[in-house]
Design a protein. Structure first.
Length: 223
């Protein structure tokens, strides 16, 4: 599933590039960048929407910066970078070191949020990296606006805000405190969201004790 979507995504971007931008895409989007998508992004969201490989950002030096994975979705601009320690340590010099700091400062000045993952972390701690991505996306895009999900009531939307903000299993008691409702009301709402496939039961069978946002919910509200 990933391979098919990845190849289609990459082919579509090639159609929109030319010159130096196309060369950078062909030469610099390699194994490490693909691994970020395959091991971190795809398992969390199941799509590559809003992502742009080797995205070109013109700078004041009459040249351009290229971002590993630009996530462009209003109102935010996010750059997800992959750093290979062995390549970095081998190729870096004083001028390159200075350029990288200058590049990051100017991108941030232009409104980009930059998050970096080492290649080792992607290979050895993918779950931890996935959790961090969810935390970032939950904070930036976790708000569920009125009308964005017509099937959800106001209280259900508040529960989903809580689920996406916490990014961990949560209890009915936390819902009671958040919404100021009884345990029975909280459980009724939680089970309604389970039926809608927005929440899943993490712990408990006869009586659910903890819940979390489903893959579908994360894809809908964060991806």
């Amino acid at each position: 599933m990933f391979e098919q979507h990845y190849e289609q995504w990459l082919a579509q971007q090639r159609k929109l590039r030319k010159g130096e931008s196309l060369r950078k895409l062909d030469e610099d989007h390699g194994h490490s960048e693909k691994l970020f998508l395959q091991e971190l992004w795809w398992p969390v969201f199941g799509n590559l929407d809003f992502l742009h490989a080797e995205h070109e950002v013109p700078n004041s030096r009459n040249s351009s910066y290229y971002l590993d994975h630009a996530y462009i979705r209003p109102p935010h601009l996010i750059d997800w970078e992959v750093d290979d320690f062995s390549s970095y340590a081998k190729n870096i010099n004083r001028r390159g070191f200075d350029y990288e700091r200058d590049r990051q400062n100017h991108l941030m000045l232009d409104g980009w949020q930059i998050y970096r993952f080492s290649l080792d972390a992607i290979k050895e701690r993918p779950r931890q990296c996935q959790q961090f991505i969810l935390q970032v996306m939950g904070r930036l895009y976790g708000g569920i606006q009125q009308g964005s999900t017509p099937s959800l009531s106001l209280k259900q939307r508040e529960i989903m805000r809580l689920a996406l903000r916490l990014q961990r299993p949560f209890t009915p008691l936390e819902v009671c405190v958040q919404l100021g409702i009884s345990n029975r009301s909280a459980r009724d709402l939680l089970h309604e969201l389970v039926v809608l496939d927005f929440l899943e039961i993490v712990d408990g069978h006869l009586r659910a004790r903890t819940f979390r946002a489903t893959y579908r919910a994360r894809s809908l509200f964060l991806g």
